[in-house]
Design a protein around this ligand. Structure first.
Ligand code: 26V
Length: 812
């Protein structure tokens, strides 16, 4: 562990400041000070990084590579200081120099290279791998523009490019010497020489993949792993850019633009698959560069290629990196000279795949023509995999052509990436118990029947280092005071806090800590929106991507109902509440955008109506991102996890809220089920249709939302207010939402679950009024949250899927 005293730190910092800015500290701007601090921290990390790599080489441990199109890291200064174990020293040293560390941390741009749950999970996993000293590295794309920044203008979402690199990125190191060439398009000629087939790829477009490495610092263990992000650059010998006068300048520029576009943007959709050729390019680009560099590294460390599958594991985060399977086959066969069977065995041993959604519209399938044209050799390999797989199926299911077709990788003009991922991996996992069961019983039942041993569950987790220790220092201090600090490295030790749940003093302290966190959030809301909120009201929070299945609409309809009731009866006895929302919609997902507008317009109406605004307020916070979540979550009283049962694969914010002492109101969906099992029915508020009921309704079609609405005055009034001008003069504004619920029969059972949700919310009110009971529930939630640390999840991946070992500790 890095050991540094305050005085040395001050000296190092001053020196670093002068070195990089060429002026004295007191002449510098805050941003200058941030840069100097980042740069100093990077220096501290550098030596550990080199040592870690040396150790990995000496120990020849299995290396894990986590391939993902998304890594949603957020800010890194705070977490790096924490993990190095020097945050307190640094804070004290900067205090002496009259510099506020928090202020500098807030200057860092969020690294927002992800859409939501899947990308943030990848970031939590990197933190856990390094902290458990597992040789595990990330591989992805260095998007020039991250997930768009959201502005709310006239109550609606407007997307602004996220130019996160405009002031540089102190955490990355460009490794030009480790660049690789990735080939697109062209022709493949098959030669038959010396009894062997040889595949000759010609006339391709070459793209240079340049890696940028970022250190991933483990918690106080001297381990620094690597996140390698690839950027696309033109190959300098492809075109002579100085040949202005030879007429090929325009062509050269076009070539450059088309190459650079590959790593230009992160696709901001996470729910609807679109067959965009650029996205296919992105996928092959980073997968090919990543595998080439892994194999190059392996060979240059004198690795024996025959043992490759004992020395590396590659994890595929959703289907997006599935081309790793045929690409590894290509390398093993075409470049390393292995036969098909050996290559297939090794590839299968190396690859493992996680599924993150059962939403059919998000499943990737590429049109054959597009695929073949862009990746001719990879297409041949996929065809061969499919041919062999189908012939295995034909032997197994004699005469059952439908079954074989249904399971095929290539069918009906498309390549189905989930099928390729399952067939090519030795492990397929879901992300919560319920989700894995649904995969086995429904979505992937045919594959489960064929390969029962491949399927397994790995319930998601979150890094408690970021989401508790760093985001909620006051709660962390208090926990240390009561139960010691073993939970920092063994998060399940938080269970020792449970014995204090009944203690009145502890309950009061928990309430005070929550109030301080609420005050901080209230200040931010006032600063951003000029709205004063009451910190003694219940902070009721729903923050996540905006999507019909996540049912922000259900929450909003309930607020509209409460508004109606308060207008009818101003003396209605409710606990004051502040409803807080945040989240982005995919730019082309019009229904979700309308939901954002609705929430904002309902907020305008309620917040400006003096008849109700002492009791309820509605806040939509702009531009949801990791650093905003870090302020909102510690301040929440109520965590809204209200997706239609079966639709949310796991959810991870549910775990973050629980760890910060919020009470969850939830459907029995995703990991909510496991949270309920942990804390018991008395410490969570459950409502809504069960899995069985939902699946049954979908199967039998026995649901007509209109019948419920027409027979219910209260519901009718709320639904009509969507289109009668109550919230927006333009009566057509929310027609899409209205039609979705009424005309198109409410696919996600918002109406069906409405009263059950209202009852649950009334229960929340009753529980909250009993202050002691409420705090007891919060304490129990905190105490039971340790199991949801991503350290537990990563241990399970390491032992159950990757077969990898730690450098320093046992994985028991
Ligand atoms: C899907 C797609 C579909 C095609 C267009 C681009 C794109 C980009 C990302 C995705 C991933 C969506 C899947 C996802 O994020 N799933 C979430 O994963 C979380 C971590 O496992 C889990 O907690 C959430 O329940 C699940 O919705």
């Amino acid at each position: 562990m890095l050991s540094i005293d305050k005085e040395t730190f001050k000296k190092d910092y001053r020196q670093k400041f002068i070195e990089i800015h060429g002026k004295d500290l007191d002449e510098g701007t805050d941003y200058n000070k941030y840069e100097a601090l980042g740069s100093l921290v990077r220096d501290y990390v550098a030596k550990m990084w080199i040592d870690t790599n040396k150790k990995y080489k000496e120990n020849s441990k299995k290396q894990v590579y986590y391939f993902s199109m998304e890594f949603l890291l957020g800010r890194l200064l705070g977490s790096n200081l924490l993990n190095l174990g020097i945050r307190d020293t640094c804070k004290a040293a900067l205090d002496d120099l009259g510099i506020d560390l928090d202020k500098l941390e807030n200057l860092e741009e969020d690294q927002g290279l992800g859409n939501g749950g899947l990308g943030r999970l990848a970031a939590c996993f990197l933190d856990s791998m390094a902290s458990l000293s597992i040789p595990g590295h990330g591989c992805g794309i260095r998007y020039k523009y991250g997930f768009f920044s959201q502005k709310i203008i006239n109550d609606s979402q407007v997307e602004v490019p996220d130019d996160w690199l405009k002031r540089g990125n102190i955490w990355e190191i460009k490794k030009t010497d480790k660049a690789r060439v990735v080939k697109f398009g062209g022709d493949v000629r098959v030669d038959y020489t010396d009894g062997n087939l040889k595949f000759n790829h010609t006339n391709y477009d070459a793209v240079l993949a340049v890696p940028y490495d970022m250190p991933i610092v483990g918690y106080k263990n001297n381990v620094v792993n690597t996140l390698r992000l690839w950027s696309a650059e033109p190959l300098s010998n492809e075109f002579d850019f100085s040949s202005f006068n030879r007429g090929d300048f325009k062509k050269a520029m076009e070539y450059r633009d088309s190459v650079e576009s590959i790593s230009q943007i992160l696709y901001p959709d996470d729910s609807f698959y679109e067959g965009k050729v650029l996205r296919l390019k992105q996928q092959y680009f980073f997968v090919s560069a990543g595998l080439q560099s892994i194999i190059h590294h392996f060979k240059s460390a004198q690795g024996n290629m025959k043992e490759l599958d004992e020395k590396i594991a590659v994890h595929i985060n959703d289907t997006h990196p599935t081309l790793a399977i045929p690409e590894l086959m290509r390398i093993l066969i075409d470049e390393e000279g292995f036969g098909w069977d050996t290559s297939w065995r090794m590839t299968n041993n190396i690859m493992s795949y996680t599924n993150h959604t059962i939403m059919a519209e998000a499943l990737e399938k590429w049109p054959i023509e597009m695929f073949k044209k862009l990746l001719p050799r990879i297409f041949m390999i996929v065809q061969e995999i499919d041919k062999r797989f189908c012939s295995e199926l034909k032997n197994k299911y004699v005469g059952q052509w439908d079954k074989v077709r249904k399971m095929a990788i290539i069918d009906n003009g498309y390549i189905k990436m989930a099928h390729l991922a399952i067939v090519g991996s030795h492990s397929v996992n879901g992300v919560a118990k319920l989700h894995t069961e649904i995969l086995k019983k429904q979505e992937m039942s045919d594959f489960y029947y064929c390969y029962p041993n491949k399927f397994n569950n790995k319930t998601n987790g979150i890094t408690h280092r970021r989401w508790l220790i760093s985001a909620n220092p006051k709660l962390t201090m208090f926990l240390k005071e009561k139960i010691g600090d073993s939970f920092i490295t063994h998060p399940t030790d938080m269970i020792n806090f449970e014995k204090f749940a009944h203690n009145i003093e502890v309950q009061n302290r928990l309430r005070d800590i929550k109030l301080e966190n609420k005050r901080k959030l209230a200040d931010l809301i006032y600063k951003d929106k000029g709205i004063n909120i009451d910190i003694s009201s219940i902070f009721d929070v729903q923050i996540k991507r905006i999507h019909a299945y996540k049912r922000q609409t259900l929450n909003c309809l309930r607020i509209m109902d409460l508004y109606n009731r308060l207008i009818e009866n101003p003396n209605l006895d409710i606990v004051p509440r502040t409803f807080i929302f945040a989240g982005k919609s995919a730019p082309g997902y019009y229904l979700a955008k309308d939901i954002i507008t609705l929430i904002n317009m309902v907020a305008d109406k309620i917040n400006n109506d003096d008849r109700v605004n002492k009791k309820i307020k509605v806040i939509f916070m702009e531009n949801y991102r990791v650093s905003l979540a870090e302020v909102i979550i510690p301040a929440a009283d109520v965590s809204e996890q209200i997706s239609t049962t079966t639709k949310e694969a796991s959810g991870t914010s549910n775990m973050k809220f629980m760890m910060n002492g919020a009470v969850t109101i939830a459907t029995l969906d995703g990991a909510n089920v496991e949270i309920r099992d942990e804390v018991g029915d008395e410490n969570i508020v459950i409502f809504g249709l069960t899995e069985k009921q939902v699946l049954n309704l979908y199967k039998t079609g026995g649901y007509v939302s209109q019948n419920i609405i027409n027979n219910d005055v209260r519901l009718k009034k709320i639904i009509n207010s969507l289109v009668d001008g109550t919230y927006c003069k333009d009566k057509n504004k929310f027609k899409s939402i209205y039609e979705n619920l009424v005309t198109y029969n409410d696919e996600f059972f918002v109406i069906k679950d409405f009263y059950s949700y209202l009852e649950a919310q009334e229960k929340i009110d009753r529980l909250y009024r009993d202050k002691s009971k409420w705090q007891r529930m919060c304490a129990v939630n905190i105490a039971h949250s340790g199991i949801f640390s991503s350290d537990r999840t990563i241990r399970e991946y390491a032992t159950g899927i990757w077969g990898s070992k730690c450098l320093y500790k046992n994985l028991e």
